[in-house]
Design a protein around this ligand. Structure first.
Ligand code: FES
Length: 364
């Protein structure tokens, strides 16, 4: 009996009989071998090599310019400027940051394609565990790779890459400024009604209207147990000057002015100190923005008057000044003082008497 080919014996396993009639694997699959190696222009032409080196450096320089442009945009473009419906500053940040990252990314790809060593090698696959020799060989291969990348021999490429990557860290430092105190000038002269962190678009006499459709709410329309998602009328009828709100002003007004209006039995309400006349026949109104990290809330349990935030389960007691009864929120929901106008529609008595939403640095 003849000995089976080693490949067949291995594939069949120790317990399986080997079919002696099968041809050896090498007879089934011809080894295609390696294709002829073609040298790149940069391997054989010093001029092409120099040109490629300059291209790579130019990409890294472009990245550096975009990063500097990003810093300039931060200082020179007003955060309220818009391009169409987009914030001009955010648009500039996005484009310039993309340019900075792409410059470095494409530069590195070109460097690898055109300048790094172009040798073909065969890599044998073995079981997962590597021997000491293999690990030593890997470390050596890494060292060789570094050597072959030419980073030591090409100071132009190396320095332009270091410059581009180093500059990328600067925007992170500059943007940290936005976590600092609010610009005093903006607080004193807000660019539009309701801008800044302290105020919203609500003001005395502004009607409370239904979310999305914008229809005003009559006090007599609400039943005990109702909860209505609402917005300030200015979102639909325009700001102080009657001009429609749009762009950033509209988004700010919408995000900070959102409220929930609920009706309960008047004697179920425990009014906060000084808030005895902030409700209308058991109709009470609170900011819809969670004081934890700002999720919009409207999961209402009418028998307990609890409002649950879906994000981290903070729960507020709407019958008791929106006191926090559970969860991570640290403050009650701000209450909007209500009254009715001559036609019986719900209106605000004034803006909120405290900032809405999550806490921030200077909030008292
Ligand atoms: S945002 Fe409401 S609980 Fe976290």
């Amino acid at each position: 009996m003849s000995t089976p080919p080693i490949d067949q014996a291995h594939d069949a396993g120790h317990d399986e009989p080997v079919d002696e009639n099968l041809p050896a694997r090498d007879d089934l699959f011809a080894n295609p071998g390696l294709e002829e190696h073609h040298w790149r222009p940069t391997d054989v032409d010093p001029k092409a090599e120099k040109r490629a080196e300059r291209q790579v450096a130019a990409l890294f320089a472009l990245s550096a310019l975009c990063t500097i442009g990003l810093l300039v945009a931060y200082v020179t473009i007003d955060s309220d400027d818009t391009v169409g419906d987009l914030g001009a500053q955010n648009l500039a940040f996005g484009l310039l940051l993309a340019g900075a990252l792409l410059g470095i990314g494409i530069g590195i790809i070109q460097w690898a394609r055109k300048l790094m060593a172009d040798v073909e090698m065969v890599e044998y696959r073995h079981s997962a565990a590597s021997s000491e020799e293999d690990r030593a060989a890997t470390v050596q291969a890494l060292a060789d790779g570094l050597e072959e990348s030419g980073i030591g021999r090409r100071p132009l490429v190396r320095n332009s890459l270091l410059g581009a990557v180093g500059l990328l860290g600067l925007p992170a430092i500059v943007f940290l400024r936005d976590l600092g105190p609010t610009n005093a000038q903006v607080v004193k002269n807000p660019p539009f009604i309701g801008s800044g962190l302290e105020h919203t678009v609500w003001k005395k006499g502004m009607r409370v209207v239904r979310d999305v459709v914008g229809t005003p709410i009559k006090a007599s329309d609400l039943q005990i147990g109702d909860l209505v998602n609402a917005e300030p009328e200015a979102l639909f009828n325009g700001g102080e000057d009657g001009e429609p709100l749009e762009g950033v002003a509209l988004q700010v007004a919408k995000s900070k002015g959102a409220v929930v209006v609920v009706r309960m039995q008047p004697d179920e309400i425990t009014p906060g100190k000084g808030r005895e006349n902030w409700t209308v026949d058991g109709i009470i109104c609170y900011s819809k923005i969670c004081t934890h990290v700002g999720c919009p809330i409207s999961l209402y349990e009418r028998t307990t008057h609890h409002l649950l935030c879906p994000c981290h389960q903070s729960t507020f007691d709407l019958a008791d000044s929106a006191r926090v009864v559970f969860g991570p929120a640290a403050r009650p929901l701000p209450q909007l003082a209500l009254e009715v106008d001559s036609e019986g529609y719900l209106t605000a008595q004034a803006d909120f008497d405290e900032p809405v939403g999550p806490s921030y640095w200077e909030r008292g």
